[in-house]
Design a protein around this ligand. Structure first.
Ligand SMILES: Nc1ncnc2c1ncn2[C@@H]1O[C@H](COP(=O)(O)OP(=O)(O)OP(=O)(O)O)[C@@H](O)[C@H]1O
Length: 255
């Protein structure tokens, strides 16, 4: 039997003495477009932070191809981190740098590529996200959608095998949001990457998601996991079905 790409085992996370989520157990398979789903404040971003090493769990661990992140030494953790691309809501581009400089930065820091090779790789990454010709633009000169795509170009600078996104389409109109979804799938296909996305955007979850987990703020744990379309139809949890079908409790009662 092949080992899951990522195994989250008995993970409990929180801030200080305050638990946010507990007893999380789930797998992410290679090439999944995996969504972390749930209502506002349930702990989606907190889980993402814990998965990328920013927030040590109070219990449990996250294994990447069999390597337990928090059970590893600093060297092993750095080796894992080098294979990841991460974008948070804001895109977090450096405003004083052009797009080319933003995308080149991880290559300059973490590879031995020459200046000419970096220039070529930057042009390729910008072309991949539809920003060919925008090398000399500054982030302030971009639209919201372009900003997100530029963030994606920087996240894929080092050809990551694993990409993490926190609310990638926040603030975009539905059409731009759909285009960004298509782009994420296309880029992940081109790089043979696996992607984990925190989101409560139903169209995205149901269109590009291959698997999801649903976190609940009340019970402070996950209520279900699986293919989002299947969960929308037949999750054992009414909360999950309602969420994925965008229904409130009041609507359900009145039916
Ligand atoms: N740095 C922090 N210190 C203390 N508590 C925090 C911190 N960050 C988040 N929290 C709390 O942890 C809980 C989960 O927050 P989190 O941002 O993970 O939720 P979320 O599901 O991503 O929310 P949203 O969908 O609104 O972005 C919230 O109650 C929040 O107030």
């Amino acid at each position: 039997m092949t080992r899951p790409f990522i195994e989250v085992r008995n993970l409990s996370i929180g801030y200080g003495a305050r638990p946010v989520q507990k007893d999380l157990n789930f797998n992410v398979n290679k090439n999944d477009v995996f969504f972390v789903v749930g209502g506002s404040g349930c702990g989606k971003t907190t889980l993402l932070k814990s998965m990328i090493g920013l927030l040590p769990p109070s219990q449990g661990d996250v294994c990447y191809e069999g390597v337990a992140f928090y059970g590893s030494d600093h060297e092993q953790q750095l080796a894992l981190l080098k294979n990841w691309g991460i974008t948070f809501q804001t895109g977090a581009l450096f405003s004083s740098m052009t797009l080319a400089e933003n995308v080149a930065l991880p290559m300059q820091l973490y590879t031995k590529l020459t200046g000419a090779q970096i220039k070529e790789a930057v042009a390729y990454k910008l072309a991949l996200v539809g920003l060919a010709g925008f090398e000399a633009f500054y982030p302030s000169e971009l639209s919201g959608g372009m900003h997100k795509r530029a963030g994606l170009a920087r996240a894929i600078a080092l050809d990551p095998k694993l990409l993490f996104f926190d609310e990638p389409s926040a603030g975009l109109d539905p059409i731009s949001s759909m285009r960004l979804d298509e782009l994420i799938v296309q880029v992940c296909g081109a790089l043979d990457s696996t992607v984990i996305i925190v989101s409560h955007e139903l169209p995205s979850i149901l269109t590009i998601g291959t698997h999801c987990i649903f976190l609940d703020s009340e019970s402070k744990t996950m209520l279900d996991s699986g293919d989002p379309k299947v969960l929308a139809e037949s999750s054992q949890s009414i909360k999950v079905r309602n969420f994925l079908n965008r229904q409130t409790s009041a609507e359900v009662v009145s039916q």
